[in-house]
Ligand binder design. Structure first.
Ligand code: ZN
Length: 204
């Protein structure tokens, strides 16, 4: 029986001082839903996509994703779980917690929405840009956060979202294309048991 692909977005940034209110979260989630509806095309295990903002730690099942929306890298959950030195991404990070045997994905809203400045103006297409950054982190989550890697997210040929972002950050005008969708489809096939998600940061 096909299942819904559930994507749990855990908002720990509040309304980001009015810069990412409920309407923005809704727009972001709607866009992300559309993205994933394209990635699951042809994937037998999934039939629909659900974006869930009010999930509890016990809700995710195998094959679901969890992404934490934090204000800033200083709030990083991943950093507290890393073994050894960790370098966080500018707009988000994904890594395996060895202790939890689970993958943590997180994005940093202030960096994405306001250029990292609490007094900064809104980024153009902020809702789309947050969705793009979440999609990028969930690509890491599925494809290269655990070994054996399915593929290196930063080396996807013709990837729009799945690409190196250090020298050229994602933009709100970027949209996933065939190469990004194919990368996810390869991941869904290769990770037949899904990727265990870190849920301890979700409400109990
Ligand atoms: Zn990356």
């Amino acid at each position: 029986m096909p299942q819904a692909l559930k994507i749990f977005l855990v908002n720990k940034a509040g309304e980001l001082s009015g810069h990412f209110v409920a309407a923005s979260r809704k727009a972001c989630g709607d866009r992300l839903k559309g993205y994933f509806e394209a990635t699951i095309r042809g994937v037998a295990r999934y039939d629909t996509v659900s974006i869930i903002w009010d999930g509890k730690a016990s809700d995710p099942v195998a094959g679901d994703f969890v992404c934490y929306l934090l204000t800033a890298p200083a709030d990083s959950i991943a950093a507290t779980k890393a073994t050894g030195d960790v370098t966080l991404g500018a707009s988000g990070s994904t890594l395996l917690s060895l202790a939890d045997k689970a993958v943590i994905s997180e994005v940093y809203l202030r960096a994405i929405v306001q250029g990292g400045d609490p007094r900064g103006n809104d980024t153009t297409n902020k809702e789309a840009l947050v969705a793009n950054c979440i999609l990028h982190e969930l690509a890491h989550n599925l494809l290269d956060a655990t070994t054996p890697n399915v593929l290196d997210v930063h080396k996807v040929k013709d990837g729009v979202i799945c690409r190196e972002t250090g020298d050229r950050p994602l933009q709100g005008t970027d949209q996933p294309g065939p190469a990004d969708n194919a990368a996810f489809q390869a991941g869904f096939t290769r990770r037949a048991a899904g990727v265990k998600q870190y849920t301890s940061g979700m409400p109990g």
